[in-house]
Write a protein that binds this ligand. Sequence first.
Ligand code: PMP
Length: 393
Amino acid sequence: MKDLAKDFPILAQKVYGKRLVYLDNAATTQKPNSVIDTISDYYRTDNSNIHRGVHYLSEVSSERYEEARKKVSEFIGARNPSEVTFTSGTTGSINQVARSLGPSLRGNEVLVTGVEHHSNIVPWQLAGAKVKAIPMDEDCNMLIDSIEITNRTKLIAIAHVSNVLGCVNEIKEITEIAKDHDIPVLVDAAQSIQHLPLDVKDIGCDFLAFSGHKMYASTGVGVLYTSDRFSDITPAIGGGGMIDKVNLDKTTYLDPPLRFEAGTPDIAGAISISAAIDHMQKIGMDKIKKHEHDIYSYSREKLLEMDNVTVYGNTNEMCGAVSFNLDKIHHYDTGLILDKMGVAVRTGHHCAQPLMRSLGIEGTVRASFALYNTKEDVDMLIEGIKKVEMMYK
Ligand code: PMP
């Protein structure tokens, strides 16, 4: 693989006089020149509000925005671009579904996995549902045979990939079970969209959520895929751009996607997602998957070789993030020392407190990868960890 980092200007800088080794990609990825240029060019030449204008720039902006929707729809294998809504991010997307489905969830149950991000727990609680986790073993494999579906289970909402452990959940098995019970499935793809080729038809989910900023695009923008099957659900957010007719006593709504896009969206952000998809597709999703798999396996192997390091989670397929702790050294201290060596990792509970409780820990050090990482980056991490251990001897 050629040097993929050279397209990402931020990675050329030094921190504390050291080469920046950026391993905090599960929090957010860096942006390639093509995405940065797309955003600034948009504001330089095309900026205008969409859909409501009759003038030239508004038409150009609207066209670019709708092209972005089409690109996303093809990227995730949707049947129709109208199934793609731009939102503020994964959190925004999941909250939108929670509000739309709210009445059916209230007093009922939402089934999640044991590795969920708080974004896939709290919105269901706010909607008045009880959140129950699918049991998992000590390596964090879902125990699919132990799934308990009752007549109160109204939704299954599962992470495709854990943002903490990198374990890839068997979502297709879940959608098949859900189909048998006619229960909708939401997939949180925040940590898979940038790592794995993905097809919503193949997965068989009804909703899929992800964020632009974790896939090389802007912050503040994301996607919610809503299957045609749910095209008539009540919009979660009301306002301009989503209505058919407004009367003081009653309003009717447009069909999707506009139905779910009240107000002015993040137009440049949506277009940045399109540019990010172009960037990934130029390399090829299969190549990205293979390259990252090599880096990922190498990192686990190196970490597992270390005597006083505990690595968490061990499932059949893993990608993206690896979490660990050093014996008797607080994760926060490890992260701080690694930072001074130019190695950027994240520490803490990673917005997954129920998972931390299951593992019996307060937090981890998490290294997470993107297409531009290399084995040398992993070597720097391992060297850094050895130095941390030396300091505590
Ligand atoms: N779900 C998962 C699995 C995540 O990793 C994250 C971000 N860490 C989110 C949801 C929330 O994403 P955002 O903050 O971009 O809305």
